[in-house]
Design a protein around this ligand. Structure first.
Ligand code: SAM
Length: 245
């Protein structure tokens, strides 16, 4: 454990009584940290510089529930292969994954006239506001739209407004117990076409056994696990990768 603490000093705080992993004010601390950082001029319009700084904050200052660098590398590879035009994520938090997705989509679509969109659905309005700030800072507001509210409600509203005709990648990263019901909502709204990909984080840790059983048991999907690490901490986890047949 001491080795892990040396690599990730922030994890020592987990030993504090009543320690919370998020939504306790650290997000505002991070916002101030970024805006007072000497490398702020280099962060402007640089998604990777901001994500690196968030990784550093999570390792040294306070754990962040963002996907982190190991999962980021794996998801970049998937997105670079898939070349999605429209991504929807349930659980946006501070915009880390949305920024990663939009940056990858923009780089892989270079030279084409494709309209790219990342819908980042986040329940907490304060957290969503910080995400909007970061997204603007790195110059991705034209691609990423943050939508505030419970994901199921937002999906229904966006769909009724005609904004979700077709979704290429759906990323589930909000509440494991809602993965099945929110995938069902997505299925009923009809925006997941044949060939679309559904990616679900944290299916091993903290775990989403009912979701795995659901997607692996349904004739509508083909589904498998992708090994990945929770960073900071390097704990084993998996992302469930599910192809809509
Ligand atoms: C693990 S974090 C998402 C991390 C983010 N995908 C990233 O990697 O940068 C989960 C987020 O889901 C949000 N959340 C919880 N319930 C939700 C719901 N029903 N709809 C939308 N967001 C929700 C939480 O407020 C939290 O910010």
């Amino acid at each position: 454990m001491e080795q892990i603490y040396e690599k990730y000093p922030s994890l020592r705080k987990f030993e504090t009584d009543g320690y919370q992993e998020s939504h306790d004010g650290r997000e505002i601390t991070l916002l101030k940290h970024i805006y007072s950082h000497p490398s702020l001029p280099q962060i402007r319009d640089s998604p990777s510089a901001l994500l690196n700084l968030m990784d550093e904050f999570a390792a040294k200052e306070d754990f962040l529930i963002s996907i982190g660098p190991d999962k980021a590398d794996k998801l970049v590879k998937i997105l670079a292969d898939e070349r999605p035009q429209v991504v929807v994520e349930l659980g946006g938090y501070l915009g880390y994954s949305a920024i990663l997705f939009a940056d990858t989509m923009r780089q892989t679509a270079k030279g084409t006239s494709t309209a790219l969109r990342v819908w980042s659905l986040e329940a907490d309005p304060l957290i969503a506001s910080i995400a909007m700030n970061f997204i603007d800072l790195v110059g991705l507001s034209d691609i990423i739209k943050v939508v505030v509210g419970p994901a199921a409600d937002s999906l229904k509203r966006l769909s009724a407004e005609g904004k979700l005709p077709k979704v290429d990648v759906l990323f589930l990263d909000h509440v494991e117990d809602l993965y099945v019901s929110d995938l069902e909502v997505s299925d009923q709204l009809g925006f997941l076409h044949s060939g679309a990909l559904v990616l679900a984080d944290n299916v091993v840790r903290p775990g989403a056994p009912a979701y795995r059983e659901y997607v692996r048991g349904s004739p509508k999907y083909e589904s498998w696990g992708l090994k990945s690490l929770i960073v900071p901490g390097d704990a084993d986890d998996e992302i469930e990768v599910t192809r809509v047949k």
